[in-house]
Design a protein around this ligand. Structure first.
Ligand SMILES: [Ca+2]
Ligand SMILES: [Ca+2]
Ligand SMILES: [Ca+2]
Length: 237
């Protein structure tokens, strides 16, 4: 119980420091992005992030400082899909099973995270989409897909000036950056054909540095002090 509480405090410090240190450009598209706007109307509209500019035909990389650890977090926001699609990461999985009837945005969006150490180059983020009966769509193999191809994922970057607005929209409504710290991540599972509407698993991908400059040493000092106190008590008794 005590260990759990200490871990909670340490995690809170890590999170606070990570958010404060956030800089632009920790996630970058590689392997040839193709610009795409999600459809807001028509036969197959995007029911979660309609009319948003972004890219398909690219993979997504961590472009951080060499040797620095980053917390990579995925949050499932919603979906409109006949299939059941799952995002798989080293920190856990997020499965959507909303179906094709509204509401398409989750009331309580779940998240998973994992830590990745940057090499200073373009390091592929570690995730894939799985759908029963269909091939796995792995980050690293999305770059070859063009508009109209089956099973692609889409990314749209956000920044402080145009933040993500939940439940729907916000973020990249003009311009179209290929790098940022926060992005919409959206799968097209090809269930209704290659319609490129990308609302079959819609979530948020964010990357923040994990650093423990003061918090870590303060906790270590506290630990040493407690151990010293224990030794002193044993010696006195
Ligand atoms: Ca739809
Ligand atoms: Ca759909
Ligand atoms: Ca679709």
């Amino acid at each position: 119980m005590k260990n759990l509480r200490s871990f909670g405090i340490a995690a809170a410090i890590l999170l606070a420091v990570g958010v404060a240190d956030a800089r632009a450009g920790l996630i970058t598209l590689i392997n040839g992005p193709v610009a795409l706007q999600t459809p807001a109307g028509g036969t197959n509209p995007n029911d979660v992030i309609p009319g948003l500019w972004g890219y398909i035909g690219a993979d997504v990389a961590l472009t951080g400082v060499a040797g620095t650890s980053y917390l990579v977090t995925f949050t499932l926001i919603g979906s409109e899909s006949g299939f059941t699609n799952t995002l798989v990461t080293p920190g856990g999985s997020l499965t959507e099973n909303n179906g094709i009837t509204a509401p398409f945005v989750l009331a309580a969006p779940p998240s998973v995270s994992y830590v990745q150490v940057a090499t200073g180059g373009s390091d592929l983020l570690n995730f894939k989409f799985t759908t029963p009966g269909l091939f796995d769509l792995v980050n690293g193999s999305n770059g070859g897909f063009a508009i109209g191809d089956p099973r692609t994922f889409y990314l749209s970057f956000c920044n402080a000036a145009t933040p993500i607005v939940i439940p729907v929209g916000g973020c990249n409504v003009s311009g179209n950056a290929t790098t940022g710290d926060v992005a919409w991540l959206a799968l097209d599972d090809s269930g209704a054909g290659p319609d490129d509407n990308h609302d079959d698993w819609v979530g948020i991908l964010s990357v923040t540095p994990v650093t423990v400059p003061d918090g870590g040493s303060a906790l270590a000092l506290l630990g040493a002090a407690m151990a010293g106190l224990g030794m002193l008590r044993r010696r006195l008794s």
